[in-house]
Design a protein around this ligand. Structure first.
Ligand code: PLP
Length: 455
């Protein structure tokens, strides 16, 4: 974002009294609501003071205040930048805030929305609605449509080696609600989260009364020794495919993590958000199968079909099942049953598996195109976490300022988030997180071409 845009954003705050405080509030608000994105470099205090007609000391003071509050990062030599913050406001504003449009949007997290099986979904909706008796249009079972819970139980047994009964499952509005249900069921306490990880999840947990604490992730997954010396008795892990680094939790670490939970009475929250997208071999089975009393399992259709469906599921440990069901009922009396009935129909008739087989081939080709283009144009960048998922990470040469690179790429209309934006403490290495699932191979090649020339 250029100085001119930042000036326009802050100028309205300079018209009344207490101008310094008003600009400080406007800047805080712009960061909180995502209008100023993580890593954006702010003008120097001298420059901004001149642009806004303020005293330089006023701008220095407000930069210091926002740095102390965690909204800004000041680093000698690289100026003042917007810090990663754990505030959910940007997500809430997503549909109303004016967000920039990118020529190449490589943010991770989206499947190929253009591949959504519209015809099969429409048929599933029509047929499941036809089969729904009038009574089925009344208030639903708050734990989820019985047909969907039955299909999910069979699917998870088959695809995730997770034996479970329909009565164990609570259908949720995506993995996000599954996580908030867990948080609302548990007493307020610290929860270990992977570092790096999804900041939106940390923000959600905080909003629901838990205090996230980062535990480092290396190339074998979460550092279980560090977890066991922390004061946390709950941990949120993306074991099958760590977000964002893309590593699978090493078998030895899986054993250690499960032993930690069993021996200390700890709870593992297993976020199995995209385990189905593994390209080299079938994904390791879900951890919950090995310690159902100590693992709360979370799944979602967001990466397989589309986030817009807002369908996910939670399988809490049996001792928490009733409490979770009560919290869910208090949340919203249950998720809408008609889309659940359609999803149940899609799974039962094989449409879900067919779609997965199709998209797995599609994503594999897209991933390969991205890796080939990177190898050709940016051979010093090392792709990691490539065996699974909808994105990969490129490890950049040591010493690269990935936030600065993100900013340079944004100026070239490429949105490629820096790995630092997912870190809770200092990142182990600089990187970029590149989502490839939503773009066809020729667009990915063009994106790499643009990245290479912007570097
Ligand atoms: C780590 C992780 N878990 C879960 C999800 C899915 O969330 P939801 O099902 O609420 O769309 C995402 C989506 O971005 C994710 O990145």
């Amino acid at each position: 974002m250029d100085v001119e845009t930042i000036r326009e954003l802050l100028l309205p705050a300079t018209t009344g009294g207490r101008r310094g405080r008003a600009v400080e509030a406007a800047l805080r608000d712009a960061i909180r609501t995502g209008r100023l994105t993580v890593g954006t470099r702010l003008p120097s205090s001298r420059d901004l003071a001149r642009q806004l007609g303020l005293a330089r000391g006023t701008v220095t003071a407000l930069y210091e205040q926002l740095t102390a509050e965690g909204y800004l990062l000041s680093k000698h030599g690289s100026g003042t930048r917007v810090a990663p913050i754990d505030d959910p406001a940007p997500d809430r504003r997503i549909s109303t805030a004016k967000s920039p449009t990118w020529e190449f949007d490589l943010r991770p997290g989206l499947p190929a929305l253009s591949a959504f099986p519209r015809a099969e979904w429409l048929a599933a909706e029509r047929e499941s609605l036809n089969a729904t008796p009038d009574l089925g249009l009344g208030y639903p079972d708050p734990t989820g449509h019985p047909a969907l819970r039955a299909e999910l139980a069979a699917y998870l047994g088959r695809v995730r080696a997770l034996p479970t009964s329909p009565d164990d499952i609570v259908v949720t509005s995506g993995a996000a609600e599954a996580l908030s249900l867990m948080a609302d069921t548990l007493p307020e306490q610290t929860i270990a989260v992977e570092d790096p990880s999804h900041h939106g999840q940390a923000a959600l947990l905080r909003d629901h009364g838990l205090a996230p604490a980062g535990i480092p992730v290396d190339d074998k997954g979460i550092d279980v020794e560090k977890l066991s010396t922390s004061d946390c008795s709950i941990v949120l892990v993306t074991a099958a495919h760590q977000f964002p680094l893309g590593v699978a939790l090493h078998p030895e670490r899986r054993r250690m993590l499960l032993s930690w939970a069993v021996e200390t009475g700890g709870l593992i929250v297993e976020d199995d958000y995209d385990a189905e997208h593994r390209y080299d071999r079938p994904a390791l089975g879900a951890m919950r199968a090995l310690a159902p009393d100590h693992v709360a399992y979370i799944g979602s259709v967001s990466k397989v079909l589309a986030p817009a469906l807002r369908i996910g599921w939670l399988i809490p440990p049996p001792r928490l099942r009733e409490a979770v069901a009560r919290v869910k009922e208090m949340h919203d009396l249950g998720c809408p049953p008609l889309p659940q009935a359609a999803l149940a129909h899609l799974i039962a008739t094989g449409g879900y598996d067919r779609h997965l087989r199709r998209t797995r081939r599609l994503y594999r080709a897209r991933r390969d195109a991205l890796i080939e283009a990177l190898a050709e144009r940016l051979p010093q960048w090392q792709p990691v976490g490539i065996a699974a998922g909808l994105h990969l990470v490129v490890r950049l040469p040591d010493g690269t300022d990935d936030l600065q690179l993100q900013e340079n790429l944004a100026a070239a209309s490429v949105y490629a988030p820096a790995l630092s934006t997912y870190s809770h403490a200092a990142p182990r290495y600089p990187g970029l997180v590149l989502g490839y699932a939503a773009l066809p191979p020729d667009r990915l090649r063009a994106a790499v071409e643009r990245i290479a020339s912007a570097c």
